[in-house]
Design a binder for this molecule. Structure first.
Ligand SMILES: NC(=O)c1ccc[n+]([C@@H]2O[C@H](COP(=O)([O-])OP(=O)(O)OC[C@H]3O[C@@H](n4cnc5c(N)ncnc54)[C@H](O)[C@@H]3O)[C@@H](O)[C@H]2O)c1
Length: 280
């Protein structure tokens, strides 16, 4: 099994102002990575930069970037490449969430989820990976998908679509990039206690959403736990990282016991429909 030394490696992490991205940037900094950090939220980004530097970590570049904006990502890549050369590790973490029945989704909501969750990582891969390939020094590409990347979770029509796309692309890159000694990981977190608990848009009754958020928090794990798994996945070139045992079980049912999977999914859908009365 491969062991990649993270110390001294140039690593770009998107979505570092909060949650999994921040915890990942801090964990990588602790192992001596040279960090390039970005987020759309300048204040949170600056706070993360401060936390890294305070702990003795190295931030080569910290820049406010919207991952869904191709020109901004291209500009970022040009700046990184012209000053520091190609990256060693790319970590696509930034993302946004939406819970909705399909008939309640506005076009803006469809577009935002696709643009940030799918185009964001695609821009990262498009703008940074070809330089890594040309450099011929190997490396790693890691993308944070979701449980919704392998399971058709209820109320997640567009979110699950984008996250499935990231699994599909990662699977191809896993084999395509092997000849360049570039490893690939796709991370499928279950419930994690991050800023997303509050920022997720839910097209349902407000009180029910609040109750749902409170319940959700109870089954979450800490972002630091996910960051730890991310660092290990990079070091060992582990392809698929599922962060909780319940999701492993559900994925097992999907693959090997489809009738049981169907029953569980129907039950989960019924439960969520009941818990989240629609307002529309
Ligand atoms: N929290 C969970 O339960 C959970 C579960 C599965 C997957 N995920 C995935 O984990 C990743 C990280 O999310 P998190 O849970 O840490 O949430 P979070 O909200 O704490 O962090 C997401 C970060 O992405 C940034 N961001 C949002 N839109 C952006 C844009 N257009 N450009 C650049 N940055 C942008 C936000 O400002 C924020 O700092 C996401 O891809 C999410 O889909 C989270």
């Amino acid at each position: 099994m491969r062991h990649m030394e993270i110390h001294g490696k140039k690593v770009l992490v998107t979505g570092v102002a909060s949650g999994i991205g921040r915890a990942t940037a801090l964990a990588l900094a602790e192992r001596g990575a040279r960090l390039f950090i970005t987020d759309i939220n300048s204040e949170g980004l600056e706070e993360t930069r401060r936390l890294i530097v305070e702990k003795g970590g190295e931030v080569c570049l910290s820049k406010t970037v919207d991952v869904s904006d191709y020109d901004a990502m291209r500009e970022l890549a040009d700046e990184v490449h012209s000053t520091f050369g190609p990256l060693d590790i790319l970590a696509n973490v930034a993302g946004v969430a939406l819970f909705s029945q399909v008939e309640d989704m506005t076009h803006d909501q469809w577009e935002r989820i696709v643009n940030v969750n799918m185009w964001g990582p695609y821009h990262g891969i498009e703008c940074f990976v070809p330089e890594m390939v040309r450099a011929g020094k190997g490396g790693h590409v890691l993308t944070v998908s979701s449980t919704a990347g392998i399971i058709g979770l209820p109320w997640h029509a567009v979110y699950a679509g984008t996250k499935h796309a990231l699994v599909g692309t990662s699977e191809v890159l896993r084999f395509d990039l092997r000849k360049h000694n570039i490893g690939v990981s796709v991370v499928l977190p279950g419930a994690v206690n991050t800023g997303m608990v509050q920022s997720v848009v839910i097209n349902a009754d407000e009180d029910a959403c609040e109750r749902g958020r409170n319940l959700f928090v109870k089954i979450t794990i800490a972002p630091e736990k996910v960051a730890d798994l991310i660092v290990k996945a990079i070091e060992k070139n582990k392809y698929m990282v599922i962060t909780s045992p319940d999701i492993k079980l559900l994925y097992f049912l999907k693959k090997y016991l489809p009738p049981a999977y169907r029953l569980v999914m129907r039950f989960m859908t019924w439960l969520l429909d009941k818990a989240l009365p629609r307002t529309a």
